[in-house]
Design a protein around this ligand. Structure first.
Ligand SMILES: Nc1ncnc2c1ncn2[C@@H]1O[C@H](COP(=O)(O)OP(=O)(O)OP(=O)(O)O)[C@@H](O)[C@H]1O
Ligand SMILES: [Mg+2]
Length: 343
């Protein structure tokens, strides 16, 4: 969709600053010029009508003509027409004002829409780049960590096969080298899998996975007091909801480590209240760090990505902060009814 505004909106937006070509008499903007022309036409027509009426003594003629019909009160028509004219003027003024407000609202909505589209475009590009970077890292890790160690294991195994009596190296030494290399491969595999998939999310559920994540951050940030509270049952959640909640906590904690310089952090997951809107989960991550001025432009994609994830599940996300007063990230995600019935 084009980010260009509606032509009428454009012209109104331009007219505010446009200098007039005739020393302020006529606006440069065509829409404004047409309005001034119409108003001038009405004034000229009214003055012309007044001159003609005066020339022909129209009121006297009318009064003379309607005198025989006095019982129908026709002589009161001019007053009634005057009131009708004033009423129509009032009506037109109100509609005009409403139209201007509507256009102003549309301009704001279109600006927000084009900002959201730009965000989405950046996000899509970032996703593609991240995917490529991840594939590259995976290929390198597989080559360096697994390929090389498998080679060494193979060499040891071939050595054992071809030199059963262990002339060059004792059997025990070769076997322990194989075990060591197997352990290394095991560790490398576990790291790779953890990066690709949150530890324990499938087997242990969301609560345990979040606890594990928070525990990792406690060791990474020993100077920060990290409090976690989990209320409600998180065992029967659709995978998309559980993964989104996990990624939310993960990104919020990463942001705190990167930007906040906080002393205290509170993470809360709550599925205890099922309000009128049905079952939903609330997640809040609050810190007492340096905060950030709301609405500040940023090249970061973490918050945008979180908002997209939450909105894809029909949830709501709010990020509140003020400079020096910490940040709070909170989201509410509805749980689909088929997942509730499985509880
Ligand atoms: N807890 C926080 N404390 C202070 N500032 C924050 C916090 N969380 C976010 N911000 C501010 O909001 C901005 C946007 O955060 P966002 O996660 O979108 O981007 P990022 O962390 O800078 O980059 P990315 O997440 O893409 O690696 C940050 O650059 C930072 O200025
Ligand atoms: Mg971030």
């Amino acid at each position: 969709m084009s980010a260009r505004l509606h032509p009428v909106c454009d012209s109104i937006a331009v007219s505010a600053e446009s200098p007039s070509p005739l020393g302020g008499l006529l606006p440069r903007d065509p829409l404004r010029r047409a309005q001034v022309r119409d108003a001038a036409l009405i004034v000229v027509t009214a003055v012309g009508a007044w001159v003609l009426c005066a020339f022909f003594n129209l009121t006297e003629v009318l009064r003379h003509l309607t005198a025989p019909y006095e019982r129908y009160q026709l002589d009161e028509l001019p007053s009634m027409l005057l009131v009708l004219g004033l009423g129509l003027t009032w009506f037109a003024t109100r509609r005009y004002r409403e139209a201007r407000q509507e256009i102003a609202r549309r301009i704001v909505a279109e600006a927000q829409l084009s900002a959201a589209l730009a965000d989405n475009r950046r996000l899509a590009q970032q996703y593609v780049q991240l995917q490529e970077a991840e594939r590259k890292t995976l290929a390198r890790e597989l080559h360096d960590e697994l390929g090389q160690y498998l080679n060494v294991i193979k060499l040891d195994a071939v050595g054992l096969r071809d030199d059963p009596r262990g002339a060059t190296m004792t059997m025990r030494q070769r076997a322990s080298a194989i075990v060591e290399n197997c352990n290394h491969i095991h560790g490398a595999l576990a790291t790779l899998i953890r990066e690709l998939r949150p530890a324990g999310l499938d087997e242990l559920g969301l609560a345990a996975a979040v606890e594990h994540c928070v525990q990792i951050w406690r060791t990474r940030l020993p100077e920060v007091s990290l409090r976690l509270s989990i209320e409600g049952d998180f065992t029967t959640l659709p995978e998309s909801v559980a993964l989104t909640l996990y990624r939310l906590v993960q990104e919020a904690l990463t942001n705190i480590a990167k930007h906040a310089a906080a002393r205290h952090v509170a993470v809360r997951l709550d599925r205890s209240g099922s309000g009128a809107a049905g079952d939903s989960i609330e997640v809040t991550v609050a810190d007492d760090g340096v905060g950030t001025a709301a609405g500040l432009p940023t090249r970061g994609l973490g918050l945008i990505g979180m908002r997209e994830r939450v909105m894809a599940l029909q949830g709501e996300l709010a990020f509140t902060s003020a400079a020096g007063e910490g940040c709070e990230l909170s989201a509410r995600i509805p749980v689909p009814s088929d997942a509730r019935s499985a509880r």
